[in-house]
Design a protein around this ligand. Sequence first.
Ligand code: TEU
Length: 585
Amino acid sequence: MTLDNSPEIVVPAADVETDQIVDSKLIDTMGTEWWRSAVIYQIYPRSFADDSGDGIGDLRGITRRLPALAQLGIDAIWLSPFYTSPQRDAGYDVADYCDVDPLFGTLDDFAELEAAASALGLKVIVDIVPNHTSSDHAWFQAAIAAAPGSEERSRYIFRDGTGPGGDIAPNNWDSVFGGPAWTRTTNPDGTPGQWYLHLFDSTQPDLDWENPWVREQFRAILRFWLDRGVDGFRVDVAHGMIKKAGLPDYTPPADSGSMGGGTVGFEPEIGSHAEAPTPPYWAQDGVHDIYRDWRAILDEYEGDRVMVAEAWVEPLTKLARWVRPDEMHQAFNFSYLESAWTGPTMRRVIDASIDAFSGVGAPSTWVLSNHDVVRHASRLALTAENPQGHGIGPKSPGQPVPALGLRRARSATALMLALPGSAYLYQGEELGLPEVIALPDSAREDPTWFRTNGERYGRDGCRVPIPWEATSPSYGFSTGAASWLPQPGDWAPFARDAQIGVAGSTLELYTRALALRSEHNLGLGSVEWLDGYGDDVVAFRNGSVTVIANTGEVAVELPIGKMLLTSHELHGAALAPDTTVWIVD
Ligand code: TEU
């Protein structure tokens, strides 16, 4: 067995700054904590299961459906926010970090959910949203009511405008959701006042993390949930909390990718190009002090509590700074998510990921879908005209062919679940759900849609409530008939009860892959590239399992061995295009 890296690609070694010298002993003794190899399933509470019958999912609905997740074979759930919120950004606009929104239930419902998860052997990770609060939060309401220069205002980023009358925003930054990142306040006497910064919606004012008061509040919030037994946190916008001093103007490069607002865009040549300039609002060095502080808090608690960074940072060598030994435990691998389905790209991103993360003693993570991106059963079949989609609707270019998308998605998932490290699944992908492209415009709720006047469709298409029962109203999502986003009329074949126990169904593929992954301990294994296959084929061994994925257009011959898993039915010894197999000798 030899390594089969494409020779022209040079993956830069993890760059080492003086403050990031890593204890090599720590790396040598990489542990076996649960999160290093865990498969973590993202629940988007409003779209998972609705017990109250109001058309919006809730905590009791989740608790009721947890046995189905245990049966699927995952290790942990991550819950997107269920905290008190006016729901302007589906709960990522938090008005009280230490309570449950009545839409989703109560703190007692959360305790029941936790107990049920624990009884099923599932860990529970909750979302924490520290970059911004809701504008309804008592802190922001107090800030608005207080005078410029007050302590209350110093918790957020208020500034005077420029130009005559202060009517020009303090700088030129754009919101990730479109439009300016500043909104002007109105004084009590009706005159225009200061401006406040919001990297996202105007109802999501950014906190000032230079203020020790803000840091103290979040220490208490972490403890609140740790005391309630959560196993960890997914940290929202973990690259955004510190802004460059002086808030200098910044114009993102034209090709800045999915992150609107100026996050560095992902390029196919992952790991093979230099870092793009860092925007003054992302990935500032100061954020790392915050995570070191948080890590010390988590380490006070018994059990392996974990933090995962939602940091849209590239290249991977830079993202690895979020998971140094005294910071977070994991970071979402968005470079992997955004990689094209081609042999060279997949090999390159897998190598670059393992190199970058293992360079700091962290496990690599893998992810193909979440609540912010086009579902991979559609995304992988978008055409070159619009390869990542960034929210697709009826008028988007590059429309996917559904059967091709599902075929590639199954193949890509079978590849992902064979990789060592920790994998993230997004609710509904185990059913093979596609993006809902034809949502009526009147149903859309994503602030992106409104802030761009419909120019960007946004993320509603991946957030449609999931189908459980083929013949029930709302496909069994709700105890009532409604669902907050309309479900397509042709989703019955995707319903869980239409797939369970059905040979060849996507649900059975996921269930089998997860069982085999655990049986063969693939999550703690390694990648040994295999020679002898063409460029389009991704072939490696992980322990005793040989994994072969054909991303190309022609069938390839398979080696002899016992077939453990195949993403599609095989005909003879040929591996058809867009198919992945696991073989054991
Ligand atoms: O996402 C951060 C983020 O930057 C992405 O949302 C991305 O820019 C966007 O989805 C592309 O349209 C997190 C959450 O995952 C997202 O749901 C929230 O809307 C956002 O933070 C604000 O809290």
